[in-house]
Design a protein around this ligand. Structure first.
Ligand code: ADP
Ligand code: ZN
Length: 733
């Protein structure tokens, strides 16, 4: 039996009792209400009065506030929706306490589709009325009445189609009383997965890993990392754990970093289980979102594949979570409640008493530390499937083999591309920079075109004819005159973006069929799926793109990958710059040579001796991780120490700095806690707001949340200043 389906019956509260109701709003805590004429249980969705409004919240438990009972207002009504499970409620509380967000703000994520709380309307179908009225008969009407006699109730539109008549004929018969309507239950949106389909024949390594995962299913909480090179079959392996969980009656959640780009994953799942999983991401329509939420709550959706927000769906029987590409930065949410979906998935598994599987070719240092500490199990897949070899890695030293002036592709890379096309194979050029050029400056006076609302340059997007701020969306056309020196036509594009690389490639290889894949050219799952189809069908010879091309795609004919600027991610030097660059470039490289034809990767760099380039080119990943870990340990940085960021922002700089100074004076010290700042954030201005940052560092044993809470209550936050707490920050802008 899976742990979550066997939770005890929730406490019952009878009429007149005082209960706590948590509202999906950023308030300090739950509010007390009185149970109305009908009893409620913990977890029930209830409508309650709040000021002059009515708000739907969740019964969180017995009331505990000190408002006198006589002043409490009663619950207005109880909704039909299934109560939120005890585990989900505990999860909301846990996430709130950890991230220091108000519990209501976390609950809001678990109630993201208010419309789903109302009962689903049935389907309206028509059948022949018992008593037939006197009718004006027409051939069309006769046909409908004939068809309706031997078919089950159908929707009016389907009936018209079956009878081969227009919709108006059916409507007329309904109005005349010859057809009557019946409410039918909706057919399920998701079919149960087919567990009788054959699994892949696993290699011995894959078999060992799959067996270990399957053995853990149903055995309570555990975490296992599948550490396997790109193309080693991690997906096939965790599919076995999914099958085992489904067979035991559990629901499964698979978290992917970019679900909108996962057409290939969905196809593979459908082939293995005969049905589509439920998808959960920001591109769903409102109706789809509502229906999916309900299907999850009713246990009809057995497998959900989603982005991080899928963690907060109301699963009644969750029995397994898989976090694929666990190292991916997309799992960290920065806006609103700031949480890391991988870490919260582990918490969800612990509260629910079921296994969690992490998969990656380049596991995060956090996860590796947990493996080394014996908290997570390790399953290793050292080889690519079916004898495919890892690609050959070639550093291209740009000091020795520079591209011609004003160009970005080294002769070494150009030659490799030539060879690829000549052999009828495909290539990919990777540059993690959207647009044409990251900087536009005036050749006469050196003026740089900047966003007026952000500390950021405007990025030229030549295809769109605009210069765009990538932070706030502000844009202009390229001005004729320099706003500073008034020189005409004096602007020059500096540095390359993908558009510019594509322009160069088109000049060099006019015959090659090319596609540029970025979030600008490929918005939404359909566009992404179409790109992938075209590449897989070899309708494209050269794919140029940003990090969205790095995602787990499998293109058998893709043999050469060129990284245009391998040093790019190393700039800025934040805590994880090296680790992240290594992960991203490994993943990009992993696209090359995944089938019979061997792959080659070219890394254009000015720092071929940088530890990241060395690790990539020698394949010595573990040595690299060990050295990074050593540096983090020495610096007391995560995962060996704890870190939190405090971001203060306000439109008024004086007010902001005054507050930052007061906060600084009240800063905690002792016990190994170190407060750095206040400092202007690297993005000192963002969307018109000034920003200041503190970083708080502490040894692992310190309760960082308590430290921060005690600090923040000592200084009053002025109106107009916003304070964001980011526990375990990943971005430092
Ligand atoms: P990873 O997730 O580790 O990058 P995948 O699971 O995507 O690897 O596998 C790479 C390719 O090899 C996929 O096309 C997959 O279908 C295929 N593959 C892996 N293992 C097997 C197997 N045991 N039998 C058949 N095909 C496999
Ligand atoms: Zn801006």
């Amino acid at each position: 039996m899976l742990a979550e389906s066997s939770t005890s019956t929730p406490p019952f509260f009878s009429p007149g009792h005082r209960i706590a109701v948590l509202l999906p709003l950023p308030l300090a805590g739950a509010y007390d209400y009185l149970v109305g004429d009908h009893g409620v249980v913990a977890g029930d969705f209830v409508a309650v009065p709040l000021g002059h409004r009515e708000v739907v919240g969740v019964v969180w438990g017995a009331g505990a506030g000190d408002v006198p009972a006589a002043k409490l207002r009663p619950v207005v009504r109880r909704l039909e929706a299934r109560p939120l499970s005890e585990v989900t409620r505990a999860f909301v509380d846990w996430v709130a306490a950890y991230t220091m967000a108000p519990a209501g703000a976390v609950l809001k994520m678990a109630m993201s589709v208010p419309a789903a709380l109302e009962p689903a309307p049935g389907l309206t179908a028509v059948r022949r009325a018992d008593v037939s009225p006197v009718l004006k008969e027409t051939p069309a009407r006769r046909k409908v009445l004939e068809v309706v006699g031997w078919l089950p109730p159908l929707s009016p539109a389907d009936l018209a189609r079956e009878a081969g008549v227009g919709a108006a004929v059916v409507k007329g018969l309904m109005e005349a009383g010859a057809l009557e309507t019946v409410e039918l239950p909706r057919p399920p949106l998701f079919q149960p997965p087919d567990l009788t389909l054959p699994a892949a024949v696993l290699s011995p390594d894959q078999r060992r890993a799959a067996d270990a995962l399957v053995a853990a299913v149903g055995g309570g909480f555990s975490v296992a990392l599948i550490d396997g090179v790109t193309g080693s079959g991690k997906t096939e392996v965790y599919f076995e754990a999914i099958a085992a969980t489904l067979a035991k009656g559990g629901q499964v959640l698979v978290l992917l970093p970019e679900i909108a780009l996962s057409a290939q994953w969905l196809e593979r799942f459908t082939r293995r289980f005969g049905v589509k999983p439920a998808e959960w991401h920001s591109e769903l329509t409102d109706a789809r979102r509502r229906d999916t939420w309900r299907a999850v709550a009713h246990g009809e959706a057995r497998v959900v594949v989603g982005a991080r927000s899928a963690l907060f769906l109301p699963y009644p029987e969750l029995g397994l979570i898989v976090v694929d590409e666990e190292h991916d930065g997309a799992f960290k949410q920065e806006e609103g409640v700031s949480y890391h979906a991988r870490d919260m998935a582990v918490v969800r598994g612990r509260l629910g008493g079921f296994p969690v599987v992490l998969a990656s070719a380049t596991p995060s240092l956090e996860t590796m530390a947990n493996v080394q500490g014996g908290r997570y199990g390790l399953l290793h897949l050292p080889d690519r499937h079916a004898g495919a070899v890892m690609p050959e890695m070639n550093p291209v030293d740009l000091r020795r083999h520079p591209p011609p002036r004003g160009r970005w592709l080294s002769p070494v890379l150009v030659q490799a591309l030539e060879e690829t096309f000549a052999a009828g194979e495909q290539a990919m050029l990777y540059l993690n920079r959207r647009g044409y050029a990251p900087l536009t400056l005036c050749r006469t006076c050196g003026h740089r075109l900047q966003c007026p609302h952000c500390t950021a340059w405007l990025v030229e997007h030549r295809s769109a004819g605009r210069l765009i701020c990538h932070h706030c969306g502000y844009f202009i056309r390229l001005p004729k005159k320099c706003p500073q020196c008034e020189a005409e036509d004096s602007f020059a594009a500096c540095g390359p973006g993908v558009e510019r690389v594509a322009e160069e490639a088109a000049l060099l290889f006019p015959q090659a069929r090319m596609a540029v894949m970025t979030s600008d050219t490929c918005a939404g799952p359909h566009a992404a799926a179409e790109f992938v189809r075209r590449v897989a069908a070899h309708e494209i010879d050269l794919l140029v793109g940003t990090q969205i091309v790095a995602k787990g795609y499998h293109f058998p004919m893709l043999t050469v990958v060129g990284v245009v600027d391998a040093d790019l991610g190393l700039e800025g030097g934040d805590l994880r710059a090296g680790e992240r660059t290594h992960q991203l470039l490994s993943q990009v490289s992993g696209r090359a040579g995944r089938a019979e034809r061997p792959g080659r990767v070219f890394l254009q760099t000015y720092q071929p001796d940088h530890p990241v380039m060395r690790a990539l080119c020698s394949g010595q990943r573990d040595g690299f991780i060990a050295r990074e870990a050593e540096m983090r340990r020495d610096a007391g940085m995560p995962p060996y120490g704890r870190l939190a960021a405090l971001i203060l922002s306000a439109p008024d700089m004086g007010l902001l700095d005054g507050f930052a100074t007061r906060l600084s004076r009240a800063a905690p010290h002792g016990g190994g806690v170190e407060v750095l700042g206040p400092a202007p954030a690297p993005m000192a201005l963002l969307r018109g707001k000034h920003r200041r940052r503190f970083l708080v560092k502490a040894p692992r044993g310190v309760n960082l949340q308590t430290t921060l809470r005690d600090w923040l209550v000592r200084v009053e936050v002025p109106r107009g200043v916003r304070v964001q707490v980011d526990i375990d920050p990943y971005s430092f802008f």
